[in-house]
Write a protein that binds this ligand. Structure first.
Ligand code: C2E
Ligand code: MG
Ligand code: MG
Ligand code: MG
Length: 278
């Protein structure tokens, strides 16, 4: 009987494994077809001055509208795209779509696009950026590229080379999710980022949590001494917004202002930001 139970336990384990593998295999097949079937979308989340609410820019966030599974968030498909070497094509598509869209916005509004570590290590990536700018007519000064510390960590020398080239083209580089990685201060010393985005985990417990408050204050001071702007990500309450004003943060982004919205809603938001924010 023990052997039987063991056998069925094993079989159960094997079945659930193969379901996961099957799910993953289907996701890969679908992902390979998604570009040609036009299933990706770029949504936008406004970045505003916390004091005035004035829109300064928007972050482009990738979405996959799967024909049967509905909207799939980037955390689910970007890692898979990286593994099966599709991130270059998908990332180039997202970049171009974001630049084309931003070229229709008022001329003082920037667009921020997230980069994968794979794109950062691709020597031809600056050319991809150049072609997106040329195709859209968007000036380089209105494009920001967001990278995380973990993206920098893989093949640092090559990543820094790419960043220098992009900066020389007039593109601004932001350090995303700051505070969650490893040797952050060393990166800030080595590269002139335009902006530090404080990871949303820090504002989540401010202004109640002493440690979170202290960390946000310290990063804001550090950024200002390094002549970098600070964006606080994930601002959800008025109390948190008031806190970012008191601490002199330059920019906020979060559900309080707006969730990420589709391109048409972003255009509407740019016409009437106060109405949407209310
Ligand atoms: P991220 O770059 O740090 O983007 C911010 C994420 O926080 C977004 O999630 C956004 O929807 C979410 N967020 C914004 N405000 C709030 C808030 O007030 N509260 C909460 N709880 N969440 C908020 P999303 O769109 O699911 O993207 C997740 C991550 O996926 C991004 O983190 C970025 O690392 C990655 N990603 C998104 N689009 C792309 C892309 O086009 N390329 C690459 N390589 N990565 C992307
Ligand atoms: Mg980002
Ligand atoms: Mg972030
Ligand atoms: Mg993040």
């Amino acid at each position: 009987a023990a052997k039987h139970a063991g056998g069925s336990t094993y079989r159960f384990y094997e079945e659930s494994m193969s379901v996961t593998a099957e799910h993953r295999r289907l996701l890969e097949i679908d992902l390979r077809r998604a570009l040609s079937r036009d299933e990706f979308e770029v949504h936008y989340q406004p970045q505003v001055d916390p004091k005035t609410g004035k829109v300064q820019g928007a972050e482009a966030l990738a979405r996959w509208r799967h024909p049967t599974r509905g909207m799939i968030p980037p955390a689910e498909f970007i890692p898979v795209a990286e593994e099966i070497s599709l991130i270059g094509d998908i990332g180039a598509w997202i970049l171009r779509a974001a630049c084309v869209e931003a070229s229709t916005w008022p001329h003082d509004i920037t667009v921020a696009v997230n980069l994968s570590s794979v794109q950062l290590r691709d020597k031809s990536f600056p050319l991809t950026v150049l072609s997106a700018l040329e195709a859209s007519g968007l000036p380089a000064s209105r494009l920001e590229l967001e990278i995380t510390e973990s993206a920098l960590m893989q093949d640092e020398a090559l990543a820094f080379d790419t960043l220098q080239t992009l900066r020389a083209m007039g593109i601004r580089i932001s350090m995303d999710d700051f505070g969650t990685g490893y040797s952050s201060l060393n990166y800030l010393r080595r590269f002139p980022f335009s902006k530090i985005k404080i990871d949303q985990s820090f504002i989540r417990h401010a202004p109640q949590d002493y440690e979170c408050v202290a960390i946000i204050q310290a990063i804001t001071t550090l950024a200002s001494k390094l002549h970098m702007c600070v964006t606080v990500e994930g601002v959800e309450t008025d109390e948190q917004r008031a806190f970012t004003i008191a601490e002199g943060c330059d920019q906020i982004q979060g559900y309080l202002i707006s969730r990420p919205v589709d391109a048409a809603s972003m255009r509407q938001f740019l016409r009437e930001p106060s109405q949407k924010a209310a």
